[in-house]
Design a protein around this ligand. Structure first.
Ligand code: GLU
Length: 537
């Protein structure tokens, strides 16, 4: 601790008289009246205008912890780094979270709207709170104004590097930590605008034990850096100081955040201890990794390299939110897939998350596995729901598909209804809405084109001619098949080869659902036209 500053000087430094005392803030944001064990959690992204798939990790875990304990899940916007801010970010985030069925109990619900008694929930609107806390730290010498310019700090850094010291503003390097009140006034009169730094009493040679719920107790060197708590350029707090004030006054009980913050944990514990506040319980989660297709090496999901890293791309590509959510949930919470296989009605909302058991090595994103979850999910949808989702996707993301299916509801229904009637044998080849339409594109004449044309072999032309001669759309499935068997026998080929010739002629594919159903859906005219074009007539 150093000498505290006078009230007048503090107001001058902060650009105004602090609005509250800490005691008033404690009253304004009292401990919440919730049952024992209720967890207050939060997701605290920066407003970058972008929802990263990796962010589903903290979103899911924090939402689940609050949900399963009868607590509260807060969305707080951390916009103290104004350079990174993108307008409309909250709307984008909230819309995506909504699609996933992830509800916010408290906090920002739209770009300019927060709900709850513990706000504001956007950091740039909480300056009064940070300044009020900083004022008390300045008053009792636990913080001080620092006039080091970026150039001076760079000089210090260079000096430290060349002398073999660790870099940073600490101890003897912290030039301004013991400036007197009158020295501070002289600098301010000369136009100096200070940042506010913590007067660190930590000793790097000493250890501090910090608890991470998933990792256990970890020994770190104490923090001896006089970190900036309030920046000079905009008077906004740094992440560390904002986190301290916000999680204390929002009464957060559990912080689940990315592993990159683990090295800051000793500082955060130091800050809570200094204030005499009880820190929340901390869990640092791993990243979601992916195998790089070029190098084969494991790396973080990357916004630049991986299309799936942006939730917005997942929507544009026609992924359904449910399987994405379940897949990511299964990546981070072991045992879910097994439980789901036993009980298909299970959702992530019925399955308990145990933060002590979060994986300690990065989860590996596997596209094939995501596809599996999507196929399983789509197989559970009724045809009405399938049509609704496919149509909504097309309207939003594909004018071309939207035009094509517009007014063709009955045809689309019969296409999508193929192999959906027997619950034991539902087709499982639909993955995304886009792919569902592409997978069935041969039903649309403009997309089918005349790909096969008369490139057919002589034997195939014979099969097709025989088929055309005996074809009757009203035939039962058995009768239809018997006719194929007869054709095959007459031409001395296998039944399967005869059917394959017809399949390829009608669909351009070697692999399709039930051919009889396809023929029924295509209708007499279309089938005949395609067969004729296969024969070359
Ligand atoms: N704004 C920080 C981030 O986006 C929040 C970390 C935390 O949850 O405390 O990484």
């Amino acid at each position: 601790m150093r000498n505290g500053l006078s009230k007048d000087l503090i107001s001058r430094i902060l650009g105004g008289v602090p609005k509250y005392t800490i005691a008033q803030l404690e009253k304004k944001f009292p401990p919440r009246n919730l049952p024992d064990g209720a967890m207050i959690t939060r997701f605290a992204p920066s407003p970058t205008g972008y929802f990263h798939t990796g962010n589903l990790y903290p979103v899911i875990v924090n939402r689940k912890l609050a949900q399963q304990s009868g607590g509260i899940f807060i969305l707080r916007i951390e916009d103290t780094d104004t350079k990174r801010e993108v307008a409309g970010s909250v709307d984008i985030l909230v819309a995506s979270m909504d699609k996933f069925g992830i509800k916010i109990d408290e906090g920002m619900v739209a770009d300019n709207k927060g709900v709850g008694e513990y706000g504001p929930y956007t950091q740039s609107y909480r300056k009064d709170i940070y300044h009020s806390v900083a004022a008390e730290l300045l008053a009792d010498g636990r913080a001080y104004p620092c006039f080091l310019s970026p150039e001076e700090m760079e000089e210090i850094r260079k000096q430290q590097s060349s002398d073999g010291f660790s870099t940073g503003i600490y101890g003897g390097w912290a030039r301004d930590r013991d400036l007197t009140e009158s020295e501070i006034i002289v600098r301010m009169n000369a136009g100096g605008v200070p940042s506010i730094r913590l007067y660190s009493t930590g000793d790097k040679a000493q250890k501090i034990f910090c608890k991470d719920v998933a990792r256990g107790s970890i020994a770190f060197p104490q923090n001896d850096e006089d970190i900036v708590i309030v920046k000079s350029n905009d008077g906004l707090p740094t992440y560390h100081f904002a986190h301290l004030c916000d999680d204390h006054f929002m009464r957060t009980t559990h912080v689940v955040r990315a592993e990159e913050w683990l090295p800051s944990l000793p500082l955060h514990i130091q800050l809570f201890d200094m204030m005499g506040w009880i820190p929340p319980s901390y869990t640092h989660h791993t990243t979601i990794d992916i195998l790089d297709s070029d190098t084969g090496n494991r790396r973080k999901l990357s916004k630049r390299k991986d299309r799936v890293a942006a939730i917005a791309n997942l929507w544009a590509d026609g992924w359904s939110p449910e399987p994405v959510l379940e897949y990511v949930f299964n990546l981070i919470v072991s045992g879910y897939e097994e439980a789901k296989m036993k009980n298909s009605a299970l959702t992530i909302w019925d399955f308990q998350v145990n933060i002590k058991k979060l994986p300690l090595s990065g989860a590996l994103f596997d596209m094939k596995k995501l596809e599996w979850w999507a196929k399983e999910f789509i197989a559970t949808l009724s045809v009405d729901e399938l049509i609704r989702r496919v149509t909504n996707w097309a309207k939003e993301y594909s004018p071309e598909w939207a035009n094509r299916i517009d007014g063709q509801g009955d045809y689309l229904r019969s296409i999508l209804d193929i192999e959906r009637d027997d619950p034991k044998r539902i087709r499982k080849d639909f993955i995304t809405w886009k792919q569902t339409l592409e997978e069935t594109s041969y039903f649309w004449d403009d997309l089918f084109g005349s790909a096969i044309g008369n490139q057919q072999s002589a034997i195939n032309k014979n099969i097709l001619s025989e088929f055309l001669n005996s074809f009757d759309i009203k035939d039962s499935k058995d009768l239809w098949w018997n006719k194929i068997v007869e054709i095959a026998a007459r031409l001395g080929i296998k039944n399967g080869d005869a059917a394959m010739c017809l399949r390829v002629t009608l669909t351009g594919r070697t692999n399709t659902p039930d051919l009889y159903s396809i023929i029924q859906v295509m209708g007499e005219h279309r089938v005949k036209e395609r067969v004729k074009s296969g024969i070359g007539i």
